[in-house]
Design a protein around this ligand. Structure first.
Ligand SMILES: [Zn+2]
Length: 121
């Protein structure tokens, strides 16, 4: 497997996420100092904050996975499923280079999350 290529992809993604998270952080600081104390504006601002928060949470989750994948490249275990140890499908890694589980185990985990009532990150 061309791990070098994946490392480049992952480093690019990591940088992209760092920039996006820095931007969200900046935006949320700007929104935390409202000048207009209007009821409607406040409701909108809090809605915007919670959606920015949701986005930040998702990005942070991917960011963690990207960093874990880079660590696995260093350890030489990149591309192995964390659950069963088998090689993750190449097509899956190309689509999601930070994938940590093979398709079967990922589906199992998603099913377990649904049963538990939502993503458990
Ligand atoms: Zn597996």
């Amino acid at each position: 497997m061309d791990v070098k290529n994946f490392r480049t992809l992952l480093l690019d993604k990591k940088q992209e996420l760092e920039q996006q998270m820095a931007q969200i952080e900046k935006d949320s600081h700007q929104r935390n100092t409202p000048e207009v104390q209007d009821g409607v504006d406040l409701a909108t601002a809090s809605e915007e904050r919670s959606s920015a928060w949701g986005q930040a949470t998702r990005e942070w989750s991917v960011y963690t996975q990207v960093r874990n994948a880079l660590a696995r490249i260093d350890q030489g275990s990149f591309g192995d499923c964390l659950d069963c140890g088998r090689a993750i499908e190449p097509g899956r890694l190309e689509a999601v280079p930070w994938a940590a589980y093979c398709l079967k185990d990922q589906e199992k985990r998603e099913q377990a999350e649904r049963l538990a009532g939502g993503p458990n990150i």
